[in-house]
Design a binder for this molecule. Structure first.
Ligand code: PMP
Length: 288
């Protein structure tokens, strides 16, 4: 695989950045996880838009236009003959001093890595997964807002470790008020009657691209889509529950904190959204 760094391609072993880059020293930077399906990059425009939103929030000036970033992503796919796979787009604050002042970092670095991703075993897509709520709460929206897709993922990593300790693959994170925020790398949805509900960004959720696609599909199929604050009680008593993310796509959840959700099997709405999402990913996107 060839890796794009600041306009050039490097062999994997040669793809390196400085130890003085504040992306490494402080987690000062932003990223996107993007997927290519069937020779097209899915929702590329939306991912790049979110990258610029993240940059805005941390006062990082990306030294390229959105069109140039899109070209760098597509060029990296072409360079690697990628038709199917995962794309990691990273913007670091750049090389600075050992102090944390970002003003000393003059040149943000832009990195594009392509590869493969399989987050969960295939069996879970069929039978659903079990998840638990973990003790680590979501970062406060007025501290490091989880809507910023920053390189600082320790909050999520701590929750992931707690999920692993509990013997499950994914964790529900609550915010400091006790409302459901999201999972460590996925947004969460419930189905209750004809309602399709997911926590609002103000609860500490990422503005997920898959989340947006699923909300649109829900509206198109006549579901009432809402973003209310949700409690664990709401999750336990949902008819259906599933997670969304670029890597995970849509994955059914059938057990939360020991409570069976709905029938204990992936529900009809979830299954039809999974099918709708699969056909969208196969048929739309920016040609490579
Ligand atoms: N929440 C978090 C914390 C994430 O890191 C991600 C991305 N993996 C998501 C939700 C899902 O977002 P998207 O659908 O844009 O991949």
């Amino acid at each position: 695989m060839k890796v794009y760094i600041d306009g050039k391609f490097y062999a994997e072993g040669e793809a390196k950045i400085s130890v003085f880059d504040h992306g490494l020293l402080y987690g000062d930077g932003i990223f996107e996880g993007i997927r290519a399906y069937n020779g097209r990059v899915f929702r590329l425009k939306e991912h790049i838009e979110r990258l610029y939103y993240s940059a805005k929030a941390i006062l990082l000036t990306i030294p390229m236009t959105p069109a140039e970033i899109a070209k760098a992503v597509l060029d990296t796919c072409r360079e690697n003959n990628l038709r199917e796979g995962y794309i990691r787009l990273v913007v670091t604050r750049g090389v600075g001093t050992l102090g944390l002042n970002p003003n000393r970092c003059k040149n943000p670095s832009i990195i594009v890595i392509v590869g493969k991703i399989q987050l969960y075993p295939e069996e879970m897509y069929k039978n659903g997964m079990e998840i638990v709520t973990v003790p680590t709460t979501r970062n406060l929206v007025n501290a490091v807002n989880p809507a910023i897709k920053s390189l600082n993922y320790l909050n999520n990593i701590l929750a992931k470790i707690e999920a692993n300790i509990a013997g499950v693959e994914e964790a529900i994170m609550l915010n400091s008020e006790g409302f459901v925020a999201e999972c460590t790398g996925d947004n969460i949805f419930i189905v209750k009657g004809r309602q399709l509900l997911t926590p609002p960004l103000s609860a500490g959720a990422l503005y997920g691209i898959t989340r947006g696609v699923v909300m649109d599909m829900g509206r198109d199929t006549g579901l009432q889509v809402g973003e209310p604050n949700l409690t664990r009680y709401d999750l336990f008593n949902a008819d259906e529950c599933f997670l969304t993310g670029t890597g995970a796509e849509l994955i059914p959840v059938v057990k939360i904190d020991g409570r069976q959700i709905g029938t204990g099997e992936p529900g009809a709405v979830t299954r039809s959204l999974i099918e709708g999402y699969r056909s969208l990913t196969q048929s739309s996107g920016e040609p490579i």
